[in-house]
Write a new protein. Structure first.
Length: 361
């Protein structure tokens, strides 16, 4: 005899399917937002010096993916894509050979592809790809503070992207080897300790004198007029963060340069340039509004050296408020995402082991 499920059971089943579908949607959207915003694409750590370990560092502790991509994985807003993309038709391992030839011509001495990759980490300002700024941090110094073997692993990973993988070719200079000892020194500390909870309240209160969320986002909260700050303390030193607050025009992040547009009716528009083509351009104003200006209405377009971020926080915030905001920003390291990824990977391995293990990769 076939027993039909009761109306209550059918309803419960329908609700369960709906909940699973909504959960899957949120997971998908979360992944998309992470890629678009430039957040860390967390990956579980891998032991040893290998291309696989380097990939884990690239998308984890090294936070390379906050500025670079491998294809469509990561964020290539500030730095070049290390995979194949619309801009680059060769992956980084193969592209490094071309860069090495360019460095040889510029310096007058032979350069190998691996030497170029080493230089790009040791001295990232020595050669800056056209169209980008010299703003890459020294990843072997705090706050990222990669160890020599972690740097070697990242280089192996970059070599593996279309190039020849050779650990013997990697010769790290004393600069990196010394940095491992120097990083053990006492870190820089702010004048006051600050209250991160009070700082968060000031950050997200758009009516406060700080009101940082009017232009910045942290973990999806706020507006995207300025750079996303969810992992800022994981890639930038406290001194850099302080300067960015007090002197916002000192270093303007790539992709957020302000422009002044004069229209043919004599009006002036300012904002961050988001798109430009033959039909016109799009500015994002300091209020977060998108302003589309047709090409026929444009008289002149000029980049500006003054950030749209106010430079008056030294006057607007009290000493305590400033250090509270700073204390909050210094908690934004991205390490919680890395830890969660590592825990998830460990759980996955344990489940595979209990089910009979798996094959070697």
């Amino acid at each position: 005899m076939v027993v039909s499920p009761s109306p209550g059971a059918r309803k419960a089943s329908t609700v369960a399917v709906f909940v699973l579908a909504v959960t899957a949607l949120f997971v998908y959207v979360g992944e998309v937002v992470t890629h678009v915003s430039g957040g860390v694409v967390a990956q579980a750590p891998v032991e040893g010096v290998s291309a696989e370990a380097g990939e884990a560092v690239y998308f984890g502790k090294g936070k390379c993916s906050t500025c670079h991509s491998i294809g469509d994985r990561g964020s290539a807003i500030r730095g070049p894509n290390h995979g194949v993309s619309a801009q680059f038709d060769t992956p980084m391992g193969l592209r490094a050979e071309e860069r090495a030839r360019e460095r040889s011509q510029a310096t007058g001495r032979p350069f190998t592809a691996t030497e170029y990759l080493v230089e790009s980490i040791v001295d990232p300002g020595a050669y800056v790809v056209s169209g980008y700024k010299n703003e890459m941090p020294l990843v072997y110094r705090p706050p990222i503070a990669l160890k020599p073997d972690e740097v070697r692993a990242v280089i192996l990973f970059l070599q593996s992207l279309g190039g020849e993988v050779s650990s013997e070719a990697i010769k790290l200079p004393e600069t990196i080897l010394r940095a491992a000892d120097e990083s053990r020194a006492a870190p820089w500390a702010p004048y006051l300790k600050g209250d991160p909870q009070a700082g968060a309240a000031l950050f997200f209160d758009e009516e406060s004198k700080a009101g940082c969320a009017r232009c910045h986002t942290v973990n999806g909260r706020g507006r995207d007029v300025g750079p996303e700050l969810s992992t800022v303390a994981g890639t930038r030193t406290p001194q850099f963060i302080v300067e960015s607050i007090l002197q916002p025009s000192a270093v303007i992040a790539s992709g957020f340069e302000p422009y002044l547009v004069e229209t043919r009716d004599g009006r002036y528009r300012t904002g961050v340039l988001k798109a430009r083509n033959d039909r016109g351009l799009t500015l994002k104003t300091e209020r977060g509004e998108l302003l589309i200006i047709p090409a026929a209405d444009i008289r002149e377009v000029a980049p500006q050296e003054t950030s749209i971020m106010p430079g008056s926080f030294a006057d607007d915030l009290s000493l305590t408020q400033f250090h509270d905001v700073l204390a909050f920003l210094l908690t934004l390291t991205g390490e919680d995402k890395e830890a969660a990824a590592g825990k998830g990977a460990a759980n996955g391995k344990a489940q595979a082991s209990s089910a009979g293990g798996g094959h070697a990769r």
